[in-house]
Design a protein around this ligand. Structure first.
Ligand SMILES: [Fe+2]
Ligand SMILES: [Fe+2]
Length: 208
């Protein structure tokens, strides 16, 4: 049941996600890789792609938070928390990389956060079967998106590529977890709507 204390805790989490630095328990995947030599255009493009990925991770934080608010089964809640911890690491990795590339984080992050929190909470209210189904589909779509970034990132930018590759491996794991916990396959129109929604976010965050 939601009460005022819980809401304040969640509000605080939201502010921290948006305005403070995330930390990673695992070493950053690019920690041992050298910085690439890139021209300004290449650097700008890589920073923009990593900004998109950072916004995606802001959405992941909000989705997991929304779902944890409403998920019923304690085992499900625990698995969600474990995955959410990895999402926090993704947030830390992408934020640092955007800054290293001389870029800025998306000014629209508060908007993505709020929208995703609402979607996550609604998914959670539909019950664990749909909640987990929604999560599995989200993670699958994020995985496809990350794969496309491996094609689009400058080939010499090994640091960004190592981060995206590890995120991809983690997201595949999250999708498998959500399915194995009993996530249902979502109807095609819902999958399509989610794809369109993702395209709006990624398309906008590339620029702002
Ligand atoms: Fe992630
Ligand atoms: Fe994930």
């Amino acid at each position: 049941m939601l009460n005022m204390d819980r809401l304040i805790v969640e509000f605080d989490k939201g502010l921290r996600t948006l305005f403070s630095q995330a930390h990673s328990v695992r070493p950053h995947p690019d920690a041992k890789l050298p910085e690439a030599t890139m021209d300004e255009a290449g650097k700008k493009h890589a920073a923009a792609l990593m900004r998109v990925n950072h916004s995606g991770e802001i959405c992941a934080q909000a989705l997991y938070q929304g779902q944890a608010l409403t998920a019923r089964d304690p085992a499900v809640q625990q698995s969600l928390q474990r995955a959410a911890q990895e999402e926090t690491e993704h947030l830390a990795w992408t934020a640092r990389r955007v800054h290293e590339l001389g870029g800025h984080l998306s000014v629209l992050n508060p908007l993505w956060y709020t929208g995703s929190l609402a979607i996550g909470a609604v998914a959670g209210l539909l019950g664990d079967k749909w909640n987990l189904g929604f999560l599995a589909e989200t993670e699958r779509q994020v995985g496809q998106h990350l794969q496309s970034h491996l094609d689009r990132l400058p080939p010499q930018d090994e640091k960004s590529r190592a981060i995206v590759a590890q995120m991809y491996a983690d997201e595949v794991g999250h999708a498998a977890m959500a399915s194995s916990l009993g996530g249902a396959e979502l109807p095609q129109p819902v999958q399509l709507a989610m794809k369109l929604n993702g395209k709006v976010m990624t398309g906008t965050s590339y620029w702002v």
